[in-house]
Design a protein around this ligand. Structure first.
Ligand code: NAD
Ligand code: K
Ligand code: MN
Length: 363
C-alpha cells in the first residue's frame, strides 16, 4: 500500500490544537479510502523549543524534512518571543530552504458560512491568490544604522529578480489556465514603486504571450482591495508580491467568513523538495489552549496537500466532508458565531468520512 511520509510541525499557540486535528482527519480519511496510508513524524519546534535551545528549530532541521512527501505546519508565534524571531527562525527557514516559491491561497465561501459581504453568495467569490513566496519585500535584506539614536536609519529592501518574477508569473498563468474561467489579475503598484514593480509588469506582459487563452488584467494593489469588496465576481486567479498577497489574502479570508477557514500551500512547483501546507492563521493568542480553534483551515490545507500528492479522489472526499461540516450551524466554532469546540468539529468530520464509505447492509 502506498505510504505517504508526512512531517507535522504544530509550532505554537493553536497550531498545537489544529495540527493534531488535521492528523486525526487524515487518519480517518485513509481508513475510509483504503488505498494509501500516512506515516506521520512530529517535530516539536517553535517557541518552547526556543526557550530550551535558543533557536526555533535545529540548524540541521531541514535534513529530516527533506525525505518527507509533504509538511503540515501549524503556526509560528509566541507571546513572549518577538515575531521576527519566530517567523524567520522556523516558517521562513523552511519556505526558503526548500525554495517553496509559490504560495497558493484559495478562497471560497463554504456552504453555511455567513460571509460579511452583502449580495455576495458562494458563486460570487471563488478566488485563488498566488503569492510570491521567496523574495520581494520579505527577502530579508536591509539593516539598521545608529540604532536607538535620533539619526537612526533602517531599510527593508525589496529584492525582485527577473528569474523569480518569471517563475511566479508562469505558475500563476498556468494555474489560471487550469481553472474554468481562465482569468488572471496581476496585482501591481507600479505607479509608486517604479523599479521592481515596473519590471513585474513587463514580465507579466511577456509571460502572458505563452498563455493566449488566459484573459488577464492589471490592478493596483490598493484599488484591488476595493474591487474585492465591490466586484468580487470580477476576480478569479490573482498574482501578487510577497507583501501585497500577504495582506490581500487575509482580507480574502475575512470576506469568506473567517481567518480560521482559509488554507494555503507553500509549493515547490518543480517538486525538488517537499511542499508545506498550513492554515493561513497564526497562533491566536486570545484563544489558545481553550479548545476553541476552528480546525477547518487545517482540514482544507490537508485537501490541498492531498491534491499535491495526486490523491484527487481523497481530496474530493475530504472537501465534501468539510463542506458538510460548515453547512451545519451546530458545528460552527466561535469565530463563526457558534459554540462548537475543535474536538467536536473534528469528531463530526471523522464520522462523516466513516459514514460516506459505510456500505449498505444486504437485506
Ligand atoms: P492570528 O491569525 O493568530 O489571529 C487573528 C485573529 O483571528 C484572532 O482574534 C484569533 O483568535 C482569530 N483566529 C485565527 N485563527 C483562528 C482559528 N483557527 N479559529 C478561531 N479564531 C481564529 O493573527 P495575529 O494575532 O496577528 O498573530 C498571532 C501570532 O501568530 C503572531 O506571533 C504572528 O506572528 C503569528 N502568525 C503566524 C503565522 C504563520 O505561522 N504562518 C501567520 C500569521 C500570524
Ligand atoms: K499558519
Ligand atoms: Mn500573513
Amino acid at each position: 500500500m502506498k505510504t505517504y511520509k508526512i512531517a507535522c510541525i504544530p509550532g505554537d499557540g493553536i497550531g498545537k490544537e489544529v495540527i493534531p486535528a488535521g492528523q486525526t482527519a487524515l487518519e480517518a480519511l485513509a481508513k475510509a479510502q483504503q488505498g494509501f496510508r500516512f506515516e506521520f513524524t512530529s517535530f516539536d519546534w517553535g517557541g518552547d523549543y526556543y526557550r530550551k535551545h535558543g533557536v526555533m528549530m535545529p540548524a540541521d532541521g531541514l535534513e529530516p524534512l527533506r525525505k518527507m512527501d509533504a509538511i503540515l505546519f501549524g503556526s509560528a508565534g509566541d507571546p513572549d518571543i518577538p515575531d521576527h524571531i519566530t517567523l524567520w527562525g522556523l516558517r521562513l527557514k523552511i519556505c526558503q530552504g526548500f525554495d517553496q516559491y509559490a504560495n497558493v491561497r484559495p478562497t471560497r465561501i463554504l456552504p453555511g458560512i455567513d460571509a460579511p459581504l452583502k449580495r455576495c453568495g458562494p458563486k460570487d467569490l471563488d478566488w485563488v491568490i498566488v503569492r510570491e513566496n521567496s523574495e520581494g519585500e520579505y527577502a530579508g535584506v536591509g539593516g539598521r544604522v545608529h540604532q536607538g539614536h535620533p539619526i537612526e536609519a533602517a531599510t527593508d529592501v525589496s529584492i525582485m529578480t527577473r528569474a523569480g518574477v518569471e517563475r511566479i508569473m508562469r505558475f500563476a498563468f498556468r494555474l489560471a489556465q487550469s481553472r474554468p474561467r481562465k482569468l488572471l489579475t496581476v496585482v501591481t503598484k507600479s505607479n509608486a514603486q517604479r523599479h521592481a514593480m515596473v519590471m513585474w509588469d513587463e514580465i507579466a506582459l511577456q509571460v502572458s504571450k505563452e498563455f493566449p487563452d488566459v484573459k488577464w488584467d492589471k490592478e493596483l494593489v490598493d484599488a484591488c482591495t476595493a474591487r474585492m469588496i465591490n466586484r468580487p465576481a470580477s476576480l478569479d486567479t490573482l498574482v501578487a508580491t510577497n507583501l501585497h498577497a500577504d495582506i490581500l489574502s487575509d482580507l480574502a479570508a475575512a470576506l469568506a467568513g473567517s481567518l480560521g477557514i482559509a488554507p494555503t500551500g507553500n509549493i515547490d512547483p518543480e517538486r525538488r523538495y517537499p511542499s508545506m501546507f498550513e492554515p493561513i492563521h497564526g497562533s491566536a493568542f486570545d484563544i489558545m489552549g481553550k479548545g476553541l480553534a476552528n480546525p477547518v483551515g487545517t482540514f482544507w490545507s490537508c485537501v490541498m496537500m492531498l491534491e499535491h500528492l495526486g490523491e484527487s479522489a481523497a481530496a474530493r472526499q475530504l472537501m465534501q466532508a468539510v463542506e458538510s461540516i460548515t453547512a451545519d450551524q451546530s458545528l460552527h466554532t466561535r469565530d463563526l458565531g457558534g459554540r462548537a469546540s475543535t474536538a467536536q468539529v473534528t469528531q463530526a468530520l471523522c464520522d462523516r468520512l466513516a459514514g460516506a464509505t459505510a456500505r449498505p447492509q444486504p437485506a
